[in-house]
Design a binder for this molecule. Structure first.
Ligand SMILES: [Zn+2]
Length: 233
C-alpha cells in the first residue's frame, strides 16, 4: 500500500499506519462498479489512490443526481462502519483507478483501539457532509454553466486534464437534461476552455474555467483545508 497516494492515509501517525497497512488489500476500481446501494450494509472501506467514486441519489422517476465525489483525498465507508449505519446512497466508481481497502469489522476494531484514527474518519465525515450540503445548495441555485465548470475543476483535481466522460453521463450526474450540458460544452469549447469529442473532455484553460465556475468548489476546498491542515497527523 502506498501511503502518500491517499491524503487521509498520509495523515496517520507512522506507528499506527504500520499496523493499519498490514490489513490493506489494494484493489482495482473499475468504472461502473457499484460499491454500495441504498440500504446496503458496508463490508469494505475504500481509500482511493486514484480514480473517482461518486455518491448519487437516485429518484423514483429515473433521475439521479450526484451529491458527492470521493477521490484520493478521501475515503468511502468508514463513517458508516464506525456508526453501524447502512448506505443512504448509490455509490459507484465514476473514473477507474486503485484503492486500498479494509474489512469493515477490522476498521471498526481499529478505530476502537486508536481514537486518533476515529477522529480522523469523523473529520472526513464532517467534510463529506459539508460537500453534500454545498452540492444541494449549488444544484438549486447556480447555473448549469457555472456548475459544469465547478464539476470540471473537481474532476481535474482528482483525475487530471483528460476526462473520459460522456455528456449523457455528465447530464445525469448534474440532474439536468442532456441538451443543457451539450449547450454548455459548446460554449466552453468556443471560449477555448475545453475540447470535447465523443466520451472525452480535454481541459485546455483551467484559469478561465475557474473564473466561470461558481464559488462552491473553492468553499468545499476551504472546509477540507481547515479540517486537514497539511503536515498535521
Ligand atoms: Zn455552485
Amino acid at each position: 500500500m502506498r501511503r502518500h497516494e491517499n491524503s487521509l492515509l498520509s495523515l496517520i501517525e507512522p506507528a499506527m499506519y504500520e499496523e493499519l497497512a498490514k490489513h490493506a488489500v489494494v484493489v482495482d476500481l473499475v468504472q461502473g462498479d457499484v460499491l454500495a446501494d441504498v440500504h446496503d450494509t458496508i463490508d469494505k472501506v475504500y481509500f482511493p489512490h486514484s480514480g473517482i467514486i461518486s455518491s448519487v441519489v437516485e429518484l423514483a422517476g429515473g433521475g439521479a443526481i450526484e451529491t458527492g465525489m470521493i477521490g484520493r483525498d478521501g475515503e468511502f465507508g468508514a463513517g458508516l462502519v464506525l456508526d453501524d449505519k447502512i448506505s443512504v446512497n448509490h455509490v459507484a466508481v465514476q473514473v477507474g483507478g486503485f484503492a486500498s481497502t479494509f474489512d469493515a469489522k477490522f476498521i471498526n476494531q481499529f478505530a476502537e483501539r486508536h481514537p486518533a484514527f476515529r477522529r480522523l474518519m469523523m473529520s472526513y465525515e464532517h467534510f463529506h457532509l459539508a460537500q453534500v450540503q454545498q452540492t444541494a445548495a449549488c444544484n438549486a441555485v447556480h447555473s448549469v454553466q457555472a456548475r459544469t465548470c465547478k464539476w470540471l475543476l473537481r474532476m481535474r483535481e482528482l483525475a487530471g486534464d483528460e476526462l473520459t466522460v460522456t455528456q449523457q453521463f455528465l447530464a445525469q450526474m448534474m440532474g439536468v437534461r442532456r441538451t443543457s450540458v451539450t449547450g454548455v460544452a459548446i460554449e466552453l469549447q468556443k471560449a477555448g476552455m475545453i475540447s470535447h469529442s465523443r466520451g472525452r473532455i480535454q481541459i485546455l484553460d483551467v484559469e478561465k474555467i475557474r473564473r466561470w465556475a461558481c464559488e462552491c468548489h473553492e468553499d468545499v476546498q476551504h472546509h477540507y483545508d481547515r479540517l486537514f491542515p497539511p503536515n498535521v497527523g
